[in-house]
Write a protein that binds this ligand. Structure first.
Ligand SMILES: [Zn+2]
Ligand SMILES: [Zn+2]
Length: 287
């Protein structure tokens, strides 16, 4: 077993405890934030994601070890180098996540995470098994080139993901000054919302500073409650339908494409929903 996978597996009882607590407390308050079909799909998707990640690591570890021989620096493991690894990986995560909303090849995987109309701790488990195919790992290669070992890189990737579990909740409103520096439940609720002013905002993993720096930050407003999910009319609790929903739509378009340019736009252009939103707003402006 690879240690990186152990980090998330070791934390799974903690995750299960938080889900149980949130389900119980919101159920008692009659809020109905959970649907068991949705949460079950999330749990299956988490297992599929873990399985495909482990398989991918079998291929990626040798590649990353090979790449590591071309490193620019020999980095010793110290408190400051570990802190640097966290910040650097979080910075790269921001760009991976932002790219995942703007490039369809990446969105085809990431849409799984956004396809639920529920928002609760179990939504964090809703991940795609196709991330290795989309090339999430490409975004970590700069860290290997700089000189961090693959083990350190995969460990900080896993810890970043583990942190993000805790921002998937409606049970925490706002956290005062913490909101300035860190990704919080409030910031991440905005990220999962499909209200026009919230779409494609707050891409942060751990630190919200990247959104503030690069112009993608939006605060959650009390007078604009989040509506969760994607703008498409998608509704399924079948993990395989959820996983391959966008890939299938893309494949249909690929089969009908008539030029290399058209093919490139289908695969690497903006996700279809984003193009439709763009067209809609242009038509509205013209009209
Ligand atoms: Zn996202
Ligand atoms: Zn999320």
């Amino acid at each position: 077993m690879i240690p990186v996978e152990l980090i998330l597996l070791a934390l799974s009882p903690v995750f299960a405890g938080f889900i149980a607590w949130e389900w119980f407390s919101t159920h008692r308050a009659g809020k109905g934030l959970y649907r068991w079909q949705d949460s079950l799909a999330n749990a299956v998707l988490a297992l599929l994601h873990q399985g495909s990640d482990m398989l991918a690591l079998l291929l990626l570890m040798p590649f990353f070890l090979w790449l590591h021989q071309f490193r620019l620096f020999d980095i010793e493991l110290t408190a400051s180098s570990i802190a640097l690894a966290f910040v650097l990986q979080d910075f790269l995560y921001y760009w991976f996540h932002r790219a995942s909303h703007h490039i369809r090849w990446l969105w085809a995987s990431h849409v799984t995470h956004h396809s639920s109309r529920q928002m609760n701790f179990s939504t964090a488990l809703r991940q795609s098994l196709t991330y290795p195919l989309s090339g999430m790992w490409l975004f970590w290669t700069p860290m290997i080139i700089i000189g961090f070992t693959p083990a350190v890189v995969f460990a900080v990737v896993a810890l970043n993901l583990a942190f993000q579990f805790f921002v998937h909740t409606q049970s925490v409103r706002k956290l005062g000054p913490v909101e300035w520096l860190f990704n919080t439940p409030s910031h991440h609720r905005v990220h999962h919302a499909c209200n026009p002013q919230y779409i494609d905002k707050n891409f942060a993993g751990v630190l919200i500073i990247w959104d503030r720096l690069f112009g993608t930050y939006v605060a959650e407003r009390d007078d604009e409650p989040c509506r969760y999910g994607i703008t498409d009319d998608f509704a399924s609790d079948n993990p395989l339908v959820i996983t391959f929903y966008e890939w299938r739509r893309m494949w249909t378009e690929v089969r009908h494409s008539r030029s290399i340019r058209q093919l490139a736009v289908i695969l690497f252009g903006a996700p279809k929903a984003a193009v439709e939103r763009q067209d809609g707003s242009e038509t509205a402006q013209q009209g």
